[in-house]
Design a protein around this ligand. Structure first.
Ligand code: ADP
Length: 370
């Protein structure tokens, strides 16, 4: 089968890496000829945001999917209209691409997400209590396009662009659930993961799975997962990012209609990984068992501050000496501050041991430039 993926980053790379054990052709489209997928797939250099480039890329494929959501959804719709299978549907990609529409989708479907108001420009701000969170309607990624407005001084730095102004949640934990649905309608979720962020880079830092949550919190998340899958009405693999607040209530932050950083530890931590699962979704195969093998965690390897150039993984050999630590690099030659270059998965017999190991490994390894 000819599988086409828009985007050639690490998510696509790990999908292909997992799926090469089966017999399919993987094709990727990315503007950067040095991207993570270029060397391991049939690669087309082109812009996944450009209507014609996406239509040309997709028209001879059996199934077209994404590993980034900022793509031409209109082109995906055109492909659907010509009988090409698109997973997830262009419809749900369109909803998720724009924060305003995404928030309205949660509201319409009774999915709990922080209260919000919509502005097209700063002129529309009538009355809102501090603090709140401003989220740009389009183009946000990895914490860019999101800012917390706490004080009158912060109000000065608000963006004059279409945005969502959202209630600030008093966060106890950030959680994520990954859901897979195939065309046959089979649905499987991965165990809930805790995400612990680096406050400076605003990038995901550690994942811990399974999350330490009460039965009540688990039930709230199960309900959200069910509501989302029903409302989305599309096959695909989705990661719902959640906030657990200090009162024990779960809120949806946002959803990614694709493979997600919060599922990387499934590579060794679960009976099957999110990549195996997504492959099965693309081929409408029976979904894989997602049960946990051990406590698992993940640590992102991001480019160190002040280093730009050819990447060097300082201290990696010390990590390789450890049992239960698994290194995954993304094939990116150039590092820059905050760039996701790889990750390390860790298995442990307890949550305490896992946190200890993750912290230890973080101190061992740094991504610098030669
Ligand atoms: P991105 O998709 O760019 O990562 P997010 O919407 O996930 O952006 O926001 C980044 C971070 O900002 C979140 O992980 C969370 O820590 C914080 N944040 C976002 N929205 C809220 C909110 N309503 N209340 C409190 N913190 C928030």
């Amino acid at each position: 089968m000819k599988i086409g993926i828009l985007g050639g980053g690490q998510l696509g790379r790990m999908l292909i890496q997992e799926a090469l054990k089966y017999d399919d052709e993987f094709h990727t489209l990315d503007p950067n000829s040095d991207c993570s997928c270029a060397q391991i797939s049939s690669f087309t250099q082109g812009n996944f945001n450009d209507f014609q480039s996406v239509v040309d890329f997709g028209k001879d494929k059996d199934v077209v999917s994404i590993e980034i959501e900022h793509v031409s959804a209109a082109a995906l719709e055109e492909l659907e209209n010509h009988g090409i299978k698109v997973i997830p549907s262009s419809h749900i990609i369109k909803i998720i691409q724009q924060k305003i529409i995404q928030k309205e989708f949660y509201k319409e479907n009774g999915i709990p997400s922080p209260d919000f108001q919509v502005i097209q420009s700063l002129k529309d701000v009538i009355k809102i209590d501090l603090p709140f969170v401003q989220k740009l309607n389009a183009g946000g990624y990895d914490g860019k396009g999101v800012q917390i407005i706490r004080t009158e001084d912060d109000v000065e730095k608000m963006w004059d662009e279409p945005s969502v102004l959202e209630n600030l949640v008093d966060i106890e934990k950030e959680l994520s659930i990954i859901i897979a649905k195939n065309e046959a309608g089979e649905i499987k979720t991965f165990p809930v993961t805790e995400m612990i962020a680096d406050p400076k880079l605003n990038l995901l830092d550690f994942n811990i799975c399974p999350a330490e949550i009460s039965a009540d919190v688990q039930a709230q998340i199960d309900k959200i997962a069910e509501q989302f899958t029903t409302a989305a009405n599309s096959s695909g693999l989705f990661a719902i990012e959640l906030f657990l607040d200090k009162n024990g209530k779960v809120w949806v932050n946002e959803t990614a209609p694709r493979l997600h950083n919060s599922g990387h530890q499934t590579q060794e931590g679960n009976a099957n990984s999110q990549f195996e699962q997504f492959y099965r979704v693309l081929k409408n195969l029976p979904l894989a068992d997602t049960s946990v093998r051990q406590f698992s965690g993940m640590l992102n390897l991001v480019g160190e501050e002040n280093f730009t150039g050819k990447a060097k993984y300082h201290g990696l050999e010390n990590v390789l000496k450890l049992p239960n630590a698994y290194v995954h690099l993304y094939g990116k030659t150039e590092t820059k501050p905050g760039r996701k270059m790889g990750h390390i998965n860790v298995l442990a017999n307890s949550r305490e041991e896992l946190l200890e190991q993750l912290t230890h490994i973080k101190s061992l390894v740094k991504v610098i430039a030669e």
